[in-house]
Design a protein around this ligand. Structure first.
Ligand SMILES: N[C@@H](CCC(=O)N[C@@H](CS)C(=O)NCC(=O)O)C(=O)O
Length: 378
């Protein structure tokens, strides 16, 4: 790895010596690793075990990976604000587009890739036998290596936990299964069309939207046996792009150009977000406001029974804030594009209720004390 970018940038010196705790098979860990590698930010990667997961939860208030442990004792959590925080301070070809229209539209795609492709990604991993057997074994042997039980038992425990939480518990049943799979298949087709015409989603260098889509596309869809075979067969340009983003280093992209504005080939993805993800975010926020624990929502004619996710109320609020902060021509352009793709109405259908998450706006530097005003989520 190149010498620290951090040493030439005093704002980033706190990252020197950072440890990234995560797993080589994790959605959000893969997203963050791809970004850190691109930025050439030196770090030590440590495979998370269950004790470190508890430690990360204790330090950040969030039981999730990846988590970054800094040499000064602070921890960072949540890839979206981690990337935004680093982008605001680093030099080199920006991942966050400088154009405010491209920036806000990229934030929407990042959020869609983070949260809406999660269900199909977990479905392919935990509903198909070869994938379940392989990944169940890997998690049992890697993350659960500190649990003193036979590996077969650990494997059975994690498979059951993931299926209950992320398959049956997350609305996947015979009546929704084809629709869940179509979310992956359609995204493959939309991305394939883009990536056959240019190397990255906004042009000749990777930007936020690329790292956002790396979450699902890298560690799940391009590597888990069942979706990976589909990707190789149906979307070879997406398969090549995953490797290209993983291999990309900022040094090679100094002057690489971005397209002007938001390309027309983003529209199918935006229109899908307008039909599904954004109405879901509105329904999730309303249900949270009512104090419900589950919600029923019909999307593209398919009815889902889903858990209410407080973090995704925060996601809606973050998108609403990013759009409201725009002014002048950029505000008008974003509004026009969101209206044309059916995103505007669902985005504003519900005012995101206060979740008590990150009340002091400290992300990505959350602590157990500052993460939630009330213990909504452990
Ligand atoms: N918004 C978070 C999401 C992190 C996340 O959900 N990570 C997953 C693994 S890829 C996790 O730790 N899940 C905890 C669980 O399954 O209980 C981020 O961007 O970092």
């Amino acid at each position: 790895m190149e010498p620290a970018v951090t040493s030439s940038n005093p704002d980033l010196t706190c990252l020197e010596g950072m440890v990234v705790h995560g797993l080589d098979l994790s959605y959000f860990t893969g997203k963050l690793q791809a970004y850190l590698r691109y930025c050439e930010l030196p770090h030590r990667f440590v495979d998370m075990d269950t004790a470190t997961m508890r430690r990360a939860a204790h330090e950040t208030g969030m039981a999730q990976m990846p988590a970054i442990e800094l040499a000064d004792g602070r921890w960072m959590t949540d890839t979206t604000p981690i990337i935004a925080w680093i982008e605001a301070r680093r030099t080199g070809p920006a991942v966050m587009p400088a154009d405010p229209v491209q920036k806000v539209m990229s934030l929407i795609l990042e959020d869609y890739a983070d949260e809406w492709l999660w269900r199909p990604a977990l479905h392919y991993r935990w509903s198909f036998e070869p994938d379940t057997r392989l990944m169940g074994h890997r998690i049992a042997a890697e993350m659960m290596r500190d649990i003193p039980l036979p590996v077969t038992l650990r494997r059975a425990m994690i498979i059951r936990r993931q299926q209950v939480k992320y398959v049956t518990g997350d609305g996947i049943k015979p009546a929704t299964r084809t629709h869940v799979e179509s979310v992956y298949l359609r995204n493959l087709a939309w991305l394939e069309a883009i990536l056959q015409t240019r190397p990255f989603l906004l042009g000749d260098r990777p930007t936020l939207a690329d790292f956002g889509f790396m979450g699902p596309m890298f560690r799940h869809f391009s590597l888990d046996p069942t979706p990976a075979r589909i990707m190789r067969d149906q979307a070879p340009a997406v398969f090549a792009w995953v490797g290209r983003v993983w291999a990309a280093r900022q040094q090679g992209f100094g002057e690489a150009a971005l397209v002007e504005g938001i390309p027309a080939d983003w529209d199918p993805i935006l229109a899908h977000a307008g039909q599904t993800y954004l109405p879901y975010l509105a329904a999730n926020a309303s249900a949270f406001g009512r104090g419900d624990k589950r919600l029923s929502v019909t999307l593209e004619g398919v009815t889902y029974d889903l858990p209410v996710v407080p973090y995704r109320v925060h996601c809606l609020e973050a998108l609403q804030t990013a759009i409201s902060d725009l002014t002048g021509g950029a505000a008008a352009q974003v509004r026009a594009r969101l209206e044309a793709t059916g995103c505007w109405q669902p985005l504003w259908q519900v005012k995101a209720p206060d979740t008590g998450f990150d009340p002091e706006g400290r992300l990505p530097f959350l602590t157990r004390q500052t993460a939630w005003t009330t213990p909504v989520r452990p």
